[in-house]
Design a protein around this ligand. Structure first.
Ligand code: C2E
Ligand code: MG
Ligand code: MG
Ligand code: MG
Length: 286
C-alpha cells in the first residue's frame, strides 16, 4: 500500500489510529484497481423543473459494482477516499465520464444540465479549473450545461485556494450549487460572497413535508430567502406527492427524489426523457 496518499502529500488520514485499517486499505487499493479497470459507473438522477414539470437536468451519482462485495454505496468509499488522498483520481474519472455523457445527450438533442458532485478536497487542487476547461473543450460541451455541487462544509473553510478555485470555475460559465443545504454551518449571508447560483435543500428537511408544520415553514422560508438572494432552489429527497405539491405551492424551482425517479443508468434516463419530450410535443403534462 505504499502508493496510499502518494499523489496527495497533504492527506490527513492517520492509518496509525484507525482500528479498521487493514479493511480500509484493502478497499482503497481495490478502488484504485476499479478505476484502472473502468469498473465504476455513473447513474443519473433526473431533476424536474416544477414550472413546466419537465426533466431539464440530472445529477451524476457514482456506482461501484465490486466483483465480490457487490454494490458499494458512495457513502462507504467517498469519505474514505477523501481521507486517503484517493479522491482526486475519483473526481477526475467522474468529470471525464459525466462531461462525455453530457456531450452525448446534447448531440442527441436533449437539453439537460448535468450536475457533478465535488468533494471538499477537490478545491485544494489549483489545477481543477484548467482540468474542467480542458474536458469541456475536448468534448465540445457548453459550460452552462454543467453544474458542480459542493457541500456547505466544503466552501466554509475559506482557504484562499478553495475560493480561487470556485471563482475560476464560475468564470468558465459553470454554475455552482450548494448541496445538502441547511444541515451545515453556513449561512446564506456567507454564501452570498461566493459565486453560487443554486442551493439544494437537504432531504432531512423534505422527508416529512406532508405532516411536519415546522419543516414546512422552514422549507418555505429557505425557498423565499433563496429567491430573494437570487438563487435557484432545488429540493432533494422528494418521496411523496404531498412533498411534491407543497414545493410547487411555495415556488421551489426544481425537485429531485424517488417520487420522480431514483438514479438511473444512462439508457433508462434517456428513455424517460423520450417519454417526457413526446408528451410535451403532444401538449400534455408528463
Ligand atoms: P448527494 O450528492 O446529496 O446525493 C443525493 C443522495 O440521495 C444520493 O445517494 C441519492 O441516490 C439519494 N436520494 C435521491 N433521492 C432520494 C430520495 O427521495 N430519498 C432518499 N432516501 N434518498 C434519495 P447516493 O447516490 O448514495 O450518494 C450519496 C452521496 O455520495 C451523495 O450525496 C454525494 O455526497 C456522494 N457522491 C455520490 N456520487 C459522487 C461523486 O461522483 N463524487 C463525489 N465527490 N461524491 C459523490
Ligand atoms: Mg449532490
Ligand atoms: Mg445532496
Ligand atoms: Mg449528500
Amino acid at each position: 500500500f505504499a502508493a496510499l496518499g502518494a499523489e496527495d502529500p497533504v492527506a490527513v488520514y492517520d492509518a496509525g489510529t484507525d482500528p479498521h485499517r487493514p479493511e480500509r486499505l484493502t478497499l482503497m487499493s481495490e478502488l484504485r484497481e476499479a478505476l484502472d479497470r473502468n469498473q465504476l459507473r455513473l447513474h443519473y438522477q433526473p431533476k424536474l423543473r416544477l414550472a413546466d414539470e419537465r426533466i431539464d437536468g440530472a445529477e451524476a451519482l457514482l456506482r461501484w459494482q465490486h466483483p465480490l462485495r457487490g454494490a458499494i454505496p458512495p457513502d462507504a468509499f467517498i469519505p474514505l477516499a477523501e481521507r486517503t488522498g484517493n479522491i482526486r483520481r475519483v473526481t477526475r474519472w467522474v468529470l471525464a465520464s459525466a462531461i462525455a455523457q453530457a456531450h452525448e445527450w446534447a448531440a442527441r438533442g436533449h437539453e439537460l444540465r448535468i450536475a457533478i458532485n465535488l468533494s471538499a478536497r477537490d478545491l485544494d487542487d489549483a489545477d481543477l479549473p484548467t482540468r474542467v476547461a480542458d474536458l469541456l473543450s475536448l468534448h465540445a460541451v457548453a459550460p452552462r450545461t454543467i453544474v458542480l455541487e459542493l457541500t456547505e462544509s466544503a466552501v466554509m473553510g475559506e482557504p484562499d485556494t478553495a475560493v480561487q478555485v470556485l471563482k475560476r470555475l464560475a468564470d468558465l460559465g459553470i454554475d455552482l450549487a450548494i448541496d445538502d443545504f441547511g444541515i451545515g454551518q453556513s449561512s446564506l449571508a456567507y454564501l452570498r460572497r461566493l459565486p453560487v447560483r443554486e442551493i439544494k435543500i437537504d432531504r432531512f428537511f423534505t422527508q416529512k413535508l406532508g405532516e411536519d408544520v415546522g419543516d414546512r415553514t422552514l422549507v418555505r422560508s429557505i425557498v423565499e430567502l433563496g429567491h430573494r438572494l437570487g438563487y435557484r432552489v432545488t429540493a432533494e429527497g422528494i418521496e411523496t406527492r404531498a412533498a411534491f405539491e407543497y414545493l410547487r405551492e411555495v415556488g421551489c424551482d426544481h425537485v429531485q427524489g424517488y417520487y420522480i425517479a431514483t438514479a438511473l443508468e444512462p439508457d433508462a434516463l434517456e428513455a424517460m426523457l423520450g417519454r417526457d419530450e413526446s408528451a410535451a410535443a403532444r401538449g400534455v403534462r408528463a
